[in-house]
Design a protein around this ligand. Structure first.
Ligand SMILES: [Zn+2]
Length: 268
């Protein structure tokens, strides 16, 4: 088990490095697949193998380009460490199961969309829809009901935002709706509904905190990216969903509502 968790950490750090570049280049309208090599943004020095090791390269070079000495954004190491921790958390919680695989693919989508929303306010439809479609197909391994649950999650995630957009007359973008549809297909109906609730609560708490310390001001129309908060809600649900639902079913009258759906079944 410990080997699996360490391996997950290494894969997570590498994926984080890749997702970071994919998000950043997409915003700039550059392609992130194909031949374009990673290079220093200041001097154009093409990075060698030793400069591409996640986390370690940044630490060894102390956040500077080896060639020209320009600063390399702290964002690189932060995202790489974050993704290592997320991957280790998934494998620690779910072991090597369908739930871990599906949560892992979903989390790649969460990280990508959070990065683009955070950097530029854009949500790329493809980054939301691709993990959703992949996980919908994987859901067939759990049977037709598991597949249908994914579809229901997608429609619910999209529907919530469609209603909000309708009621607020365009006060919110369709990017959030597409994002929630994609991750809804990954998580299924119940997890999607709870994740939305958890994400909105986290975002609301953050906004209030920022107003209290004076970083945000009421009525100035300052945009707060929503996807990172929804992502926090989604990740917490994919990890602690069974415990949360077990708790809710003890507190509420109808335990069936909180029973679990494939692949997030284990309560260990
Ligand atoms: Zn350089």
């Amino acid at each position: 088990m410990i080997q699996a968790i360490i391996t997950a950490g290494i894969i997570g750090a590498c994926l984080g490095s890749f997702l970071n570049v994919a998000a950043h280049r997409s915003i700039q309208g550059r392609s992130w697949y194909g031949r374009e090599r990673s290079a220093c943004e200041s001097c154009g020095h093409v990075l060698g193998a030793l400069e591409l090791i996640p986390i370690l390269s940044w630490l060894i070079q102390r956040g500077k380009c080896r060639h020209c000495g320009a600063k390399i954004s702290v964002r690189y190491i932060v995202v790489e460490i974050l993704c290592a921790v997320l991957a280790m958390t998934i494998v620690y919680r779910w072991g090597l199961t369908w739930a871990a695989l599906i949560a892992g693919i979903g989390t790649c989508g969460l990280v990508l969309n959070s990065l683009t929303d955070f950097e530029s306010g854009d949500v790329f439809d493809a980054f939301a829809i691709a993990p959703g479609i992949v996980c919908l197909i994987l859901r067939l391994a759990g049977g037709l009901w598991a597949f249908a649950d994914g579809l229901a999650g997608a429609f619910a995630g999209w529907g919530i935002f469609a209603v909000i957009i309708f009621l607020s007359r365009g006060g919110m973008g369709w990017g959030d709706a597409v994002f929630m549809a994609g991750i809804g297909a990954v998580m299924g109906l119940k997890f999607t509904l709870f994740a939305f609730y958890a994400g909105i609560m986290t975002g609301g708490f953050w906004v209030i905190l920022m107003m209290v310390i004076g970083h945000l001001h009421w009525g100035r129309g300052e945009a707060v990216p929503l996807v990172p908060f929804l992502s926090i809600g989604c990740f917490i649900t994919m990890i602690y969903g069974p415990e949360i639902f077990a708790y809710l079913s003890r507190r509420m009258l109808s335990p069936e509502i909180f029973s679990l759906s494939w692949p997030f079944l284990a309560t260990n």
